[in-house]
Design a protein around this ligand. Structure first.
Ligand SMILES: C[S@@+](CC[C@H](N)C(=O)[O-])C[C@H]1O[C@@H](n2cnc3c(N)ncnc32)[C@H](O)[C@@H]1O
Length: 282
């Protein structure tokens, strides 16, 4: 496929309001052609044209993307740190900013430690943790049966030993109360009533993955933190993602819980406050 055709697809996606049209054009062509993005770039430079059936497949993929179906639903996969996860309807697509939670969770975990992810979605966080630190015991919980099935599928495809339970984070792991070294969580935190701007999020991420259950979006995160306080051993650590507008309100809410010491907030690479860490007070 030559430069002109890629340019044509890019223009079509740009017209539909896709934020990174050239990236998506190449990713969709790679998917339609069964090749890597690097191979497509090479073919593009060489002016090599894909077979007609690939061009037909690309046309239907571009039609769907132009209606704002998420790129990851069309390719069926997304990358998260060092792993590739299957995603699609019924599960939240992991975001790049969440990768930071893995670094925060892995800081200072002793060899053989116990780590739990509450609200696991596709399983992105616990599977990345287990892949990077096979010595750790890693467990996770997810409320939504559809998302839970995606997480189990990802776990099985990656061949990682992570127990993934289906249930509410607020009452999860009664067998592990007081024993956990690190609890990590990216819970739903969007204020109820707020409408996400991007159609990919508004129309395709499950509602249960987005909304935090109150006007400020913090009801579920605060409940999850309360459960984390029960699960953690003294001096165990909580790592939790939040919205950029919750960099003061979530730390304040955790201070009110009275279980936490050393509450710190952390910025992402764009300097927006996006994650909290706290230590379980003895
Ligand atoms: C923002 S998504 C994050 C998913 C995943 N941790 C990630 O970072 O990609 C929140 C997830 O929490 C799940 N969830 C919502 N309420 C829950 C609850 N009370 N207990 C457990 N999981 C819950 C949703 O179904 C969704 O999969």
């Amino acid at each position: 496929m030559g430069h002109d055709e890629i340019r044509e697809v890019t223009a079509r996606l740009a017209e539909a309001g896709i934020p990174s049209p050239e990236h998506d054009a190449v990713a969709l062509l790679a998917h339609a052609w069964g090749r890597s993005v690097a191979e497509v770039r090479h073919a593009q430079v060489m002016g090599r044209t894909p077979p007609a059936d690939v061009r037909d497949r690309l046309t239907s993929l571009v039609d769907a993307r132009a209606t704002r179906v998420p790129l990851q639903h069309l390719t069926g996969v997304t990358g998260f740190r060092g792993i590739e996860l299957a995603v699609g309807p019924g599960v939240f697509i992991p975001r790049p900013e969440t990768e930071m939670l893995v670094d925060l969770a892995l800081a200072d975990v002793a060899h053989g430690g116990l780590v739990i992810d509450l609200c696991t979605g596709s399983g992105a966080i616990p599977l990345a943790i287990k892949q990077e630190r096979p010595d750790l015991t890693v467990l996770a919980v997810e409320l939504d049966p559809m998302a839970h099935a995606w997480a189990e599928r990802n776990r099985d495809q990656l061949g990682l030993e992570v127990e993934i339970r289906c249930g509410a984070a607020q009452s999860a792991f009664p067998d592990l109360v007081g024993l956990v070294d690190v609890v990590v969580s990216n819970p739903p935190y969007i204020p109820v009533g707020m409408v996400p701007i991007d159609p990919e999020v508004r129309d395709h991420d499950p509602e249960v993955a987005l909304f935090g259950g109150s006007d400020d979006g913090l009801r579920i995160p605060v409940e999850v933190a309360a459960r984390a306080a029960e699960l953690l051993r003294p001096e165990g650590r909580l790592v939790m993602e939040h919205a950029d507008v919750q960099g003061d309100s979530l730390p304040r809410a955790l201070t009110r819980q009275g279980h936490w010491a050393d509450i710190q907030d952390h910025c992402d690479l764009t300097e927006r406050p996006r994650a909290l860490t706290a230590v379980r007070a003895p």
